[in-house]
Each structure stands twice: as C-alpha cells, then as structure tokens.
Design a protein around this ligand. Structure first.
Ligand code: NAP
Ligand code: ZN
Ligand code: ZN
Length: 347
C-alpha cells in the first residue's frame, strides 16, 4: 500500500484537516500520479458538508487533478514516466454496458466510480480524491495534458471545463446563438469562455455587479444584474440557451422567462432541489435539460481544444492549509474564478 497525505472532512460541520491514508499499490493497468494541482469545485463543498445526503467520512475531496506520472503498471501503454496528466470526476466504470461502450462512462448503468466519496468496483473500498499528494488510477481514466497551458489553469478543466463544454457541444451552440450564462464562478467563467469561443453572443447573468468588467474580459458582450428586476425584464424571451451554473436555490422560472421560443435551459448547477412551473416550459415549447460532466473521449477532446485555442481557467492558487478559507470564500462568490490548491505545499 502507498502511504499518502491529504486533507479530509470528518463530518458535515467541521473544517478539513490533515489526514494520512493508504492507496492501493500500482496494479498492471494503473498509473500513479504525483498531484501538482487540484481545483476546488463547489461540488467539493456540497459533498464535504453533506448537502446531497450521501457523504461518506472521512472524505478527501478533489476531482480537478493535474500532475505527473510517477509510476506505471506493466500493461500501461498510453503513458510514460513524467508525462503531464489529468484526472477528473470519475476513476472507473463497468466498461461493459452500452453507455460505457458509447464513451458515456459517466452514465454507466452499473456503477461509475467517482474520484471520491464512492465505493470502487469492489463495492467496499471508498475512493479518496485529489486534495492529496498522489492518486492511483486505472490508465483508461487518465487524460493527456498539454504543457502549452499553465498546469494550474488546466486543473479546473477536468470538471468545470468538461461540464460546460459538453452540453454546449451537444446543443451545437455557435454563431448566431444568444447564450446567457447564469452565475460567474468556476463553471460560469468556463461557460463564458467556451460559448464565446464557439462564436455565440454571450450575456453574463450575475447577482454581483462587481463582476461586470471581468465577465466582459472573459468574452461576454452583455452583462445583466440579476438582482435588478428591470434588467431581467428587458431580457424576456431573449435567449436561445441559458447555462445555469448557480450552486444555490434560486428562481428558475425567472431564468426560463428569459428564453425565447424553443429556447433551452441547460441546468448544470446542483442545489439540493429546484422547482419549475410547467407553464414556463409549455409556453414557447421551451426545453429544460441538465448535464453531468462528460465522457472520457469528450474530456480529452475538450483538453485538446483548450490547448489548441489557449483556453484555461482563471485561477487563484492557494496552499493546502488555506482550503477552509477557500470554501468560505467560494460560498460568498468571492473567487476569481477558481481556487486551485498547489500540492507542493502538502508534500
Ligand atoms: P461556484 O464557483 O461557487 O459558482 C457558483 C456561482 O453561482 C457563484 O459564483 C455566483 O455567481 C452564483 N451564486 C451562488 N450562490 C447564489 C445564490 N444564492 N443566488 C444566486 N446566485 C448564486 O460554483 P461552481 O464550482 O461553478 O459550481 C456550480 C454548481 O455546479 C454547483 O452546484 C456544483 O455542485 C455544480 N456542478 C455540477 C456539475 C455537473 O456535472 N453538472 C459539475 C461541477 C459542478 P454570481 O456572483 O455571478 O451570481
Ligand atoms: Zn466538480
Ligand atoms: Zn458501464
């Protein structure tokens, strides 16, 4: 077993604290990754605080991982020592079901093993995530990362990046589309970057007036302050798509009112519950849909697209021992636009 250092939550209310644990030895198909950076996703906060009701403690969060290959198993063919690699939200799946065979490992009908807080395929070993100095992952779930981009800014692509890239691609968002992005945080800032890079006209929908300049620098043409009813009313029936990334309960009917006929609400935010008045959807044949991360193939495609276009996340790099402060600041929306932990501060 491999002695590993990390930070863990031990219950829903206490702070994350240093935690030593063991990872499995490197098997024939495994890659051992020395973690250099790990992004702080709002899902880490939902999970650590048991907001979804399925927390398993102790919990080592973190699923936006970038590092270098430290060891490879004897059957590993796609990676060599010192390669720069990424690991995202999942680390295994059955590999046999129709969805796995279609490259939709995140929708495995048997069991997708998430990077933390989930039993492995053996049904017993609980996964520990990227707030740690190393991780052992089966080769198939490891991605190649280009060294053209800053590694710290690549880490958030592994969750915030793929979660926004995937639905924008699926709905073929591009030139001629009006896209609203609701909430300027980790996912929101990537949605703005991708939608504008795909050629759409992007409007930032934010409750924070102070984020207007940044939204425009990120690629938004317009900014709407969602706390100002007048500004919201002006956008009635305006958008073809709205990507809603908000992490807390809010009025989805007001969001849908901003969609045009046939407009699509792509909900990626995961507050514990949302409610929608059905009349808001029947008028104009609007669509409300969701999206969860993306499959392995599409994640690699997104990483390659980012390397080609020079797209990475805007990050604030923090030492590991500032994680609790980072959680609190993320809750207040005080992050530009993703905290990323420098794991050298843990070694
Ligand atoms: P984040 O960085 O905290 O950003 C969320 C943003 O939502 C905030 O910056 C804020 O933007 C807005 N917001 C927060 N609380 C609000 C409130 N009470 N009312 C209105 N607006 C509020 O979070 P994130 O990491 O981007 O994650 C966003 C959500 O997506 C989380 O629920 C997370 O669990 C979920 N998620 C889903 C997937 C998936 O696969 N679907 C993947 C990753 C994360 P403004 O200040 O601009 O309004
Ligand atoms: Zn995430
Ligand atoms: Zn499967």
């Amino acid at each position: 077993m491999l002695a590993t250092k990390g930070y863990a939550a031990h219950n829903a209310t206490s702070e994350l604290v240093p935690f030593n644990f063991e990872r499995r030895d490197v098997g024939p198909n495994d890659v051992l990754v020395e973690i250099h950076y790990c992004g702080v996703c709002h899902s880490d906060i939902h999970n650590a605080r048991n907001e979804w009701g399925n927390a398993i403690y102790p919990m080592v969060p973190g699923h936006e991982i970038v590092g270098r290959v430290k060891e490879v198993g004897r059957n590993v063919s796609r990676f060599r020592l010192r390669d720069l690699v990424g690991v995202g939200v999942m680390v295994d799946s059955c590999g046999k079901c129709e969805n796995c065979r279609r490259g939709l490992e995140h929708c495995c009908v048997n069991h997708t093993v998430l990077t933390y807080n989930t039993p492995e395929l053996d049904g017993k070993t609980i996964t520990y995530g990227g707030y740690s100095n190393q991780i052992v992952v089966t080769e198939k779930f490891v991605h190649h990362v280009s060294d053209k981009l800053p590694a710290s800014g690549v880490a958030p692509l592994l969750c915030a990046g793929i979660t926004t890239y995937s639905p924008l691609r699926r709905w073929k968002v591009g030139k001629g589309h009006k896209v609203g992005v609701m909430g300027l945080g980790g996912l929101g800032h990537m949605a703005v970057k991708f939608a504008s890079s795909f050629g759409a006209e992007v409007t930032m929908l934010s409750r924070s007036a102070s984020k207007e300049n940044d939204a425009k620098k990120l690629g938004a043409e317009n900014f709407v302050l969602t706390t100002d009813e007048k500004q919201i009313l002006k956008m009635r029936n305006y958008f073809d798509f709205i990507v809603d990334t908000v992490s807390a309960a809010h009025d989805h009917d007001k969001v849908i009112d901003m969609l045009n006929v046939y407009g699509v609400l792509i909900n990626v935010g995961l507050p514990p519950a949302i409610t929608i008045n059905p009349h808001k959807l029947t008028w104009g044949d609007r669509v409300a849909t969701g999206s969860m991360i993306g499959g392995l193939k599409e994640t690699q495609e997104m990483l390659d697209y980012c390397a080609e276009k020079g797209i990475s996340s805007d990050v604030e790099v923090i030492p590991m021992n500032k994680i609790n402060e980072a959680f609190d600041r993320t809750m207040k929306g005080d992050v530009k636009y993703r905290f990323v932990i420098d794991m050298a501060t843990l070694r």
